[in-house]
Every structure is written in structure tokens, then in C-alpha cells.
Design a protein around this ligand. Sequence first.
Ligand code: GLC
Length: 645
Amino acid sequence: MAETTSAARSVALAEARGRLAAGLVRDGDREAVLARYDRWGADLWDGLAAVYDAAQVLPRVVDVILSVHAARPPRLRLRDTERTLRPDWFQDATTIGYVAYADLFGGTLDGIRSRIDYLTGLGITYLHLMPLLTPRPGANDGGYAVMDYRSVRSDLGTMDDLAALADGLHDAGISLTLDLVLNHVAREHQWAARARAGEPRYHDYFYVFPDREVPDAYEATLPEVFPAFAPGNFTFDADLDGWVWTTFNEWQWDLNWANPDVFLEFADTIGFLGNQGADCIRLDAIAFVWKRMGTNCQNQPEVHAITQALRACARIMAPAVIFKAEAIVGRQDVVGYLGQGEHAGKVSDLAYHNSLMVQIWSALAARDGRLLATALSAFAPVPVTTAWATYLRCHDDIGWAIDDSDAAMVGWDGYGHRSFLADFYAGDFPGSFARGMHFQANPETGDRRTSGSAASLAGLQAATERHDAAALALAEDRLACAYAMVFGFGGLPLLYMGDELAMVNDPDYLADPAKSADNRWVHRPVMDWTVADAGETAAGSAGRIFARVRRLISARRGLPALHASVTTEALVASNPAVLVFRRRHAAGSIVQAYNLSEHPQTFDAAALWPLVSGALVERITGTPVAWTPEVVLPPYAAWWLTSPD
Ligand code: GLC
């Protein structure tokens, strides 16, 4: 890292501006690009200067900006203008997300295009298509081991098909999110192949050690992500005759982000994906990109400086593009991904709210909202220009990230509660409604994570197996209640494919050797289009849950107060089984009450402040609610209350 004075910084920024001005074609967009550089160039410099020799790297970044911008299609330049005029589009209550594996949802990219009507019918305006770039052959972590960032997986289609799909989505009012795996590449990626062939330039893209000395020193403080099927964080490679850093699987090689060439490659890749029509780049496993001896090598400050530089670069070359951080880390660390201190407003626009997801499942198992309210209240504020991506399930396992100090605040033991949740959601705890599976049980730490679909974890599978109609009705209420929290929280809600149809666990993955060792595949079923096409008219739980999800979506779209710019306050009412979300917003306050149990619960109406006595409206069903000093909530009721319009 070079120390620069502010005078040197100004000179370097001015020189880079000159380089940019000289390289830009004299067309209608030229002044706009320069204005964006004037707005965000300093953020770019500051991010670079915290990690690299910025004076060396900045001119090279300008060259990336020039080439990406030159290739940016006119329709996307228009989108740049539109999104610059409406930068809060992803915070708006009308933005509703859907997350799917490209192949499992539509077969091919053209197949997805033919399903756009399904998404619009549901009210979806944001689609995250999981890995669709060319992965390594064989086991590839669901596509998260990318071999080529510039081509589409051949069975899905081509880059042209991707651009056509993006156009089709945009025409239908849907924004597209694509994954950018930036912590690692597949062992078969050409950078890794060229490193193995002995090219020094590419050797320096990776962390390679001649013997175990340094790896062992790192291992002393490194956790294991996949202890069961990929123990350790380093893999011996015979071609390199050394140990290569492999945080995830042995065929996922961690990149050396201390090397500015790696930064430049990814700045260019972001531009490339943006130019195909991606509106949002999901920064996969972003927490891991910077390594520091003596730490767990996650959430290092350099991660945020690098993100800031990439973000500024995107804002200059393709400002329609936003970032979503996939940092599945504790509450002390996760807020940094939305920007704290010097990085506030300068890093990712969206970040997964892993704690909310974990706490919803925890509250449902315990029938108690106190831990959720305590944990969420302890969150530091995030910039008002950002949003949490809220979700109930995703393609990954659930790690029971219960903070020991949060648990202690409500008089619980953190370890004991984590064990309870793992047992409960695997269906091992007496009386459990869930049917999940243990994932990556680690005998050394006692840590056990959970796989399973939302419907199976919420009790629909067990009730169906037992032919217990009453239990099934309760399980449906439980699932709808959980999703109401996700949609009511006020971030960008993400619906995981199949959850709208209450799809349960699918054991088919066991027959595929590339998947059978990884039980996360149990909650990655193939979309059942016969059921999906039937929608609300589908038989049984599928149709009923579909109708309820649709109702949630349309209620949310009509509530501007769910705009992500204000914080949700979580508290328990006078009864620990009743969770309250309070959102005070200029567009009108909303107070939500959730019954976390299968029994009716009462609570003191004072918890509904700032709503005051008089008529109230429950907005999911559109029904009036009479104010009574003591409110009775039916089992698993989810009420979004406002004053009448
Ligand atoms: C992210 C993905 C996960 C993958 C990991 C490694 O966490 O969501 O599926 O295993 O990154 O790329």
C-alpha cells in the first residue's frame, strides 16, 4: 500500500480523468461518464489506495472502464440513466425477489424466457438466477466452481441467449441478478491451468505454498467450511508441487486479491456481466477474499476497501448495476457489507440478512420471539440507501448462527440453543414438526447445520406423511407466518423457488454421484411445472400456499411504508409468543404482530403504538380489526396493521 498525500491523490485523479476523457468516444454519453467519474472517482481511489499502489492501478482501471463502457449497448445506457434517476428501485416495496437455479427452473435460458409470465403473475420484479456460467465438469458445487466467466453453461444456452433473456426480463419489469464467484475459481479455469503450466503471472493469482509451514500457521485460526467432505483449507497440487489455498472444495482455488491483476480481472468481469444485462451482481462468499495470519480470514477490512473500489468502478462504467453481498457472517460483521464508517454508502447495496432468517426459524421452534427481538435490536444501523435481502430459505444450508451474548441476554445458553435448533430441524427433537437433515456435523466443535426445504422444515412434510389434516393446516399457517415476516420486514424479500408451491424435500440427488455427498441438494428440487401452472388451483398445500404467497406480495406492493430506508424495530409484546415488527415511516406507520405458536395468544394493545385506538386495517387480508385493550391473535396469525387510508 502506497502512502499518498492528498496533493498526490488529486494529481493522480486528475491524470486519470484526462486518460478517461481522451479515451471516451465523443458521443452523447461522454459527459455523463465524466460526471460519474467526478462523483465517484475519489471513492475508487480511496478503495484502491487502502490495498494497492493506487497510482499504478488507477490508470489500468480507467482502461477497463473505457472498454466496458465502449461495449455497453445503447439500451443498457438508457437503463443507466433510468436507474440513476431512481437509485432506490431495489428498496421499494414493489420490488419482490425470486431465486432459482437456471436449469432447475427453466431447463435452459430460453426455457426461462418462456416462464416470465409465471414470474410476473406472481408479482416478481427481481430474479436471481443461480450459476449459469461454465463450471468445471463433474462436481462443481452447484456451479459455484466457475471455469469460464465469459461463457454460459453449454446445456443452458449462449451469451446471446443470456442477453436476450435479460432483455425479456427487463421488458417484463424484472431485474436480473447474476452470481460473481470471486473468492475462488475452478481448478480447471484457465488462470489455474496456466499457473499449473508454470506461468508466473498466473501463479501469482493464487496462494501457493511449497510446504505445510505457512498453511499450518494459518490453519491454527481458520475454521472449516465443509468439514465433512472437504476438511482443511489447503490442497496439495502435484503440478504446482505445492499447497494451494482451497477454502471450500479442493477444486475451488482461492484467488489472491492482494494481486491487483486479480482486481482488474474482476472489474472487467463485472462490466462484462453488466453488459449482458445483469442489474445486480451477487458477490459470492465475499467475506473470504482477504487473508490475514492469526485470524479466521473472513471480514478483513480490506474486503470493504476492495468492494468500494469495485463499486465505484461499476458506478462509473455501468451505473445501472448494483451489488449484493453474500456474507453469511454474524451481526457484528455483516453490517460492514452495507457500509459503515468511511465505507458507508460506498460498498454493497444489498446484503443477505442471515440473522433474520435464523431467528425466524429459532422463534418458530421455541414459540418465543425474545431472542429474535434481542438479536435484531443489537444490530448497528445501516445506510438508508441500502437494503437487507430478507429470506426464509435459499439453496444453502442453515448454520445456526445464534450469538452467545444475545442468548445470554434472554437467559439462554448459546451452545444449548444451537444444539436444540439443529436437533429440532433435523426432526430429532421430541415433538418436532420439522423434517430436515444434518449438514456438515463437526465433531470437534459440535456444530451442526441443517438442510431441508421451507415446507419440510415448517412441518408440511411430517403432517402429510402422518395424514394429519389439522397438523397440515397448522403447518401451512406456520409457513405463511414465516414468509409474512420475510415480506413484512422491509428489505428486498427473496422467494426461494418452490417455496411458493410448498415443495418438500427431494431425495433424488442421492442417485447422482456428483451430488450425493452434499445433502443441500435435498432442498434444490426441479420445478414442478404441472403444479406451478395450476397456481392457486393446484391441489392441496401447493395451491393454498401459492394463493397466500400471492396475497402477501400484493399486500406488500400496496404498502409504501415497507420501503427499505427505515429500520424495523422488533420487540415482543406483553407475551413472548407474540412478536411485533414496528415500522415508523413518513408514508404511514405499520405495526405487524405475529403469533409464533399453534395456540391463540393475547397481548396488550399498547404494543401497537404508534397506531392508536380506533379502527385498524389488517393489510394482508384487507379486513378491519377492532381495537381492544387486549388483542387475541389466532394460531400463527400474521397481521400487518395500519390505520385506515
Ligand atoms: C456461497 C454459495 C454456496 C457455495 C459457496 C462457495 O456461499 O451460496 O452455495 O458453496 O459460496 O462458492
